[in-house]
Write a protein that binds this ligand. Structure first.
Ligand SMILES: Cc1cc2nc3c(=O)[nH]c(=O)nc-3n(C[C@H](O)[C@H](O)[C@H](O)COP(=O)(O)O)c2cc1C
Length: 219
């Protein structure tokens, strides 16, 4: 599905200047279904190393569950409770040979290639991904989740949807509340999406970024 599309450079720069990590959400404003779907699609279509997608995205629509999550992290409580859509991004702790097998099958079906053609890819994944020490895999998988986080934040900005990324989560309590405890997945980071509340002073703050000359080097 390679559709043609155009977004101007100005639009992207404006969107990135418009966005900020929203600290207070308007409880009365809800995302349109199409925006909700686009954000979830952006998460799902995010790139990951070897395409392994070692993640799960939990959309927490239930208010009682949100309250429980909010209680676990007082600093982010209001964002968790007042935003229109809360997504918890979980990483898979370990990639096994079975996950490699599933992924190779997904590629096979999506691209109509044979198992034989994909055998070298499968061997490489088995060695390079599933073969890593478990602790390395956990860190590696978390990195992939952060790529999805970035994609979702940029998408939100382009949709003119406000968002707050939150590393301020309590993985143990979140895992218990979301039914992840004892599963292959664990809470990594969360995103609150919605619309800024008038009371949020952060909305008017200027972006505090290092100069381009300091962070971008042309070699
Ligand atoms: C990975 C990550 C984790 C963050 N965690 C939190 C958080 O738990 N709570 C919060 O209010 N803001 C959080 N932020 C927002 C940052 O503080 C914010 O992006 C940064 O100060 C820059 O401000 P700006 O995004 O408004 O330009 C997080 C941002 C990132 C990228």
């Amino acid at each position: 599905m390679n559709q043609e599309y155009t977004i101007s450079a100005d639009t992207i720069v404006s969107a990135m200047n418009w966005r900020y990590a929203t600290k207070a959400f308007d409880r009365n404003k809800q995302l349109a279904d199409a925006d909700r779907a686009a954000l979830l699609t952006a998460l799902r279509l995010s790139p990951s190393s070897y395409g392994l997608q070692p993640w799960k995205f939990l959309v927490v629509d239930d208010n009682a569950t949100r309250s429980k999550l909010g209680e676990a992290v007082p600093a982010n409580k209001s964002k968790i409770e007042d935003s229109s859509m809360l997504v918890v991004l979980a990483r898979r702790r370990v990639t096994t040979a079975q996950h490699v097998e599933q992924h190779v099958q997904t590629v096979q079906e999506a691209r109509g290639v044979s198992a034989e053609e994909l055998q070298p890819f499968k061997n490489m994944l088995t060695q390079s991904a599933a073969g890593r020490p478990a602790a390395d895999q956990d860190v590696w998988n978390a990195r992939q989740v952060y790529v999805a986080l970035g994609c979702a934040l940029t998408t939100a900005a382009m949709l003119k949807v406000d968002a707050c990324p939150m590393e301020g989560v309590n993985p143990e309590k979140f895992d218990q509340t979301l039914g992840l405890a004892g599963s292959d997945f664990t809470t990594t980071v969360a995103i609150a999406f919605g619309y800024r509340d008038k009371s949020d002073p952060f909305a008017s703050y200027s972006r505090a970024r290092r100069a381009a000359s300091e962070v971008i080097e042309f070699v």
